[in-house]
Design a protein around this ligand. Structure first.
Ligand code: AMP
Length: 368
């Protein structure tokens, strides 16, 4: 077992297994191209080790070049927008063979094919060392495959986890520790905080309440608290940029957590997209979103009662409470569709004793 940044990885493929896959690809390509001078184009950064070993097995005339793309999550439909190292000149009439370290969803491949689309090459082929058939979108046929692998996050032999691990001679896979990440969804007063207290004990999860973090910062007079206070006082949402950054910092403070309960986050579509992208970059995901449903009248009574006990200004004023409901209806309620589309949305009746509601939540979580 090795550790890179905050994650543990276990051995998956030995150097010998990898090299025999590299050799296989080189021999298959040679059968088709040994009588020409093909141009091999490696895709940086990940493919540099593969390209190097590939060439040692490919002892026929050939040229070598590289391209490099930069990916930005969440900005474009392909996720990739920039070419950092462009394709070689004068490809007209040549045979080009792309050398990829790994093909998973096929998003990078789409951009690569696009890059070569106006080059008038004679032949354009795709070779990859690793291939994940379970997740590949199937848009283009892949001509040479070293080895099919399951949909596991891997590092080593040129592949990285946040830039570490490229120099490992073997390939390692993420040691999945069965994280459970939950979003608790519901109007103010629905009982998210109360239930999160029980669930975090039962499932050993870290509870992140954005409202609590903001209140903590206000109490301590931090910069974040000062920025958030005016919005919170009126019952308005704090701007996404600030909230997303704060949430990410909270997750990063707990690299060894066995899961998170997100309470009060996300509250806007932009926040839910930011959360998905952020978790994906950490190889995590939301397992379920659970909505606690309750009638507005009941909620207003609960909030006014809570306001008396806690002194929270936004709980003591009916107008502010109504504004928070309005914010919920307009900005947060649409997230239901977002999570339904991912088959992650569960609805739970939030009326009843605390224990009754906890049992209903447990029944959902235990099916995950
Ligand atoms: P809560 O304790 O969840 O009721 O949150 C109290 C207040 O904190 C909200 O009315 C907002 O002003 C602010 N807040 C909490 N979470 C968020 C969020 N995800 N996005 C924007 N503002 C938030």
């Amino acid at each position: 077992m090795i550790k890179l940044h905050d994650k543990r990885f276990k051995p998956f493929l030995s150097e010998e297994e990898i090299l025999s896959a590299v050799k296989k690809v080189a021999e298959e390509v040679a059968l088709d191209y040994k009588d020409q001078v093909p141009i091999f184009v490696g895709v940086l950064n990940g493919a540099f080790v593969f390209v190097s070993d590939f060439l040692k097995y490919y002892q026929h005339p050939c040229e070598v070049s590289f391209v490099k793309l930069s990916s930005y999550h969440g900005l474009t439909s392909t996720g990739i927008v920039e070419t950092l190292l462009d394709i070689p000149d004068n490809l007209e009439g040549r045979s080009v063979i792309i050398l990829e370290d790994i093909i998973d969803t096929g998003r990078t491949l789409k951009e690569l094919v696009h890059l070569f689309s106006n080059t008038n090459v004679k032949d354009f082929k795709i070779a990859t060392l690793f291939y994940k058939p379970e997740v590949y979108n199937g848009e283009y046929s892949i001509d040479y495959v070293g080895m099919e692998i399951p949909d596991k996050f891997i590092v080593g032999y040129g592949l990285d986890y946040n830039e570490l691990g490229r120099n490992l001679r073997e390939v390692y896979q993420l040691n999945q520790n069965h994280m459970i990440n939950l979003v608790l969804f519901g109007k103010p007063g629905a009982g998210k905080g109360t239930q999160a207290e029980f669930l975090k004990e039962k499932y050993n999860l870290k509870h992140i309440s954005t409202g609590d973090v903001f209140r903590y910062n206000i109490k301590n007079g931090t910069e974040l608290g000062k920025l958030a206070q005016s919005y919170m006082d009126k019952g308005d949402l704090v701007p996404d940029e600030l909230t997303i950054k704060m949430l990410q910092e909270e997750v990063e403070k707990n690299p060894d957590a066995s899961g998170f309960i997100f309470d009060g986050f996300p509250r806007t579509t932009a926040q839910s997209e930011a959360l998905d992208n952020f978790l994906e970059s950490k190889n995590m995901k939301i397992n379920a979103t659970i909505a606690l449903e309750a009638d507005d009248k009941v909620l207003v009574e609960r909030l006014l009662e809570r306001g008396k006990l806690s002194g929270r200004p936004d709980d003591q004023d009916k107008e502010k409470i109504e504004n928070r409901f309005e914010e919920y209806n307009q900005k947060t309620a649409p997230l239901r569709q977002y999570y339904e589309a991912q088959s992650k949305f569960h609805s739970v009746n939030g009326i009843g004793t605390i224990d009754e509601v906890t049992q209903r939540l447990k029944a959902v979580i235990d099916t995950l």
